[in-house]
Design a protein around this ligand. Structure first.
Ligand code: PEP
Ligand code: MG
Length: 540
């Protein structure tokens, strides 16, 4: 069925420029053979698997060199996932049970994916792992995984979602990208943002687009318009810095040493969120205080100058950390996660704080600590008492639950700061699973329900003398970062690839203008009108 000219398909925009081009539908990769047992010797199958892994690793090296920049770092990280010893060990157990090399590896990846599934930060890794698994299996089966894209022309790629290896094969002809699945934090979004390719993701109706259709990719308007009339593009804003310093602090989100190193190459003023659980996803035994001190010290030393806000472990049954030995829960995002681990695993949180204090002393860095998933004032009080009894930190909490969002004034005298996690706060405010691509429109930061909640938190924080930061993905959107500053938020923390663009946006306006933008946005009653209000107030 061909869509009529002017048909609008909505999604979530990535980037500030629009593009008009011809749709190229990319089919899902060729089907791989079903998993089976084999009569071959397990050692021979292990050799086949080793060769396939080495060959996929070499492909990743080649793709990384070709892509450069952010993509090269992603390929390096992927290679580490692929060559993980524990993954090979689990595959080895499957080989010993008689499974073929392809099946043994695919099953091992599934085992790991199950352990990691359920949270945005890990969902990306799960998708990466599954993509690597397919590549290894394809290599064994002799199936091609290349995209075969033309080198010239103006094509808009349309597909379910694109893996890092897919995006590395984008040719100069790819001037726009549309995905049916994927969200604001998918690889397609990250890569398109860093390579300035206009994209709209989570366009559930994009499956109706056919190769040859002309389309306008309009990321600022969060939409695709069939017919490709460029004059319909929503006005893009070009932020031009008018001062050397942004109107509020811009920090970086990190999870690993390489993130800290990437953040140090940006203009970030310190770290606004260090997700410590990312270090422990495959640890079977609780790391000692000495081991933790070593890894935290390296990360603190590498991090950009400025304060470093460290979050104590945010694991739960949806992102299990093996040594914390968590059971299955009916409803993991509403279960025992984040600070709630204090009841069963107090010693680990205490060890984290002790290690952070030792790392603070060893590096001389300014360390702030905060607890995730706080729902009550008592929890905040208990965490602050504990942290202050262990180290010389500024102490705070994350605001991620609706409950604590209305209790910020009661935190006066208890916390030094709060940091709003808009990813989870949106999930709980809207009762919308943050991993469900069908709910992307409820989870956009432009929802008036979220924006007005943020305004109330900022006001309560100001009245109570508590500084309020935002470290969820919403702070990585430069336009939204201006709104946050205008609402009275005192710092934002973005992913390393977005720090500089957010800094530029926040250096392009003065406080009065940001306030005006925020006030106009506060009047809006829908995400569309909220975003339009911001853009028009910025253009004035
Ligand atoms: C958030 O919820 O916004 C946040 C920053 O924490 P995470 O994404 O790690 O849950
Ligand atoms: Mg969170």
């Amino acid at each position: 069925m061909t869509l009529a000219n002017g048909t609008v398909l909505t999604g979530l925009g990535v980037g500030l420029n629009s593009a008009v081009g011809t749709v190229l539908r990319v089919a899902a990769h060729a089907t791989l053979p079903a998993w089976s047992k084999t009569n071959n010797d397990a050692t021979a199958e292990a050799d086949t698997l080793r060769v396939a892994i080495a060959s996929v690793a070499a492909d990743l090296d080649r793709l990384g060199v070709k892509a450069g920049g952010t993509s090269a770092e992603i390929f390096e990280a992927l290679k580490m996932l692929l060559e993980d010893d524990e993954l090979f060990e689990v595959a080895g157990e499957n080989l010993a049970d008689g499974w073929s090399a392809a099946a043994a590896f695919g099953m091992a990846v599934d085992t790991f994916a199950e352990l990691l599934g359920g949270d945005a930060a890990f969902e990306e890794r799960v998708a990466d792992l599954q993509d690597l698994s397919k590549r290894v299996q394809a290599h064994i089966a002799g199936v091609s995984m290349t995209l075969e894209l033309p080198e010239t022309g103006t094509i808009v790629l349309v597909g379910d979602d694109f893996s890092p290896a897919d995006t590395a094969q984008f040719t100069p002809a790819v001037i726009g990208v549309i995905t049916i699945k994927g969200g604001p934090t998918s690889h397609t979004s990250i890569i398109c943002r860093s390579r300035s390719i206009p994209a709209v993701v989570s366009v559930t109706e994009a499956s109706a687009l056919a190769t040859g259709d002309e389309v306008l990719v309009d990321p600022v308007g969060d939409r695709v318009v069939v017919g490709g009339n460029v004059s319909l593009a929503t006005q893009a804003i070009q932020f031009v810095a008018v001062s050397d310093e942004p109107i509020i602090d811009v920090r970086s989100n990190i999870g690993t040493l390489s993130d800290a190193q990437a953040a140090a190459k940006t203009g970030a003023n310190g770290v606004g969120l260090f997700r410590t659980e990312l270090l422990y996803l495959s640890e079977k035994t609780q790391p000692s205080v000495e081991q933790q001190t070593t890894s935290y010290s390296a990360i603190l030393a590498a991090a950009p100058a400025g304060p470093i806000v460290v979050r104590t472990i945010d694991a739960g049954s949806d992102k299990p950390v093996p040594f914390l030995n968590m059971g299955q829960e009916e409803n993991p995002s509403l279960g025992v996660r984040g600070y709630r681990l204090i009841h069963e695993h107090r010693s680990f949180i205490e060890d984290q704080l002790k290690s952070l204090e030792a790392a603070r002393q060893a590096t001389g860095r300014e360390v702030w600590v905060m607890a995730p998933m706080i729902a009550t004032v008592q929890e905040a009080q208990d965490f602050c008492d504990l942290a202050r009894s262990i180290g010389k930190f500024k102490v705070g909490i994350m605001v991620e639950t609706p409950s604590i969002s209305v209790l910020v004034s009661d935190l006066k005298g208890i916390v030094d700061f709060v940091s709003i996690g808009t990813n989870d706060l949106s999930q709980y405010l809207f009762a919308a699973d943050r991993m469900n691509p069908a709910l992307g429109t409820l989870l956009t930061p432009w929802q008036p329900g979220l924006i007005r909640t943020l305004a109330r938190i900022a006001d309560a924080g100001r009245a109570a003398g508590i500084s309020v930061g935002v470290c969820g993905e919403s702070a990585s959107d430069p336009t939204f970062a201006v709104v946050l500053a205008g609402l009275g938020i005192s710092s934002v923390s973005a992913s390393p690839s977005q720090v500089d663009v957010v800094r530029t946006a926040l250096s392009s306006v003065d406080v009065a203008k940001a306030k005006n933008v925020a006030n106009r946005v506060l009047e809006a009653t829908s995400p569309e009108t909220a975003k339009a209000a911001a853009l028009s107030a910025l253009a004035e």
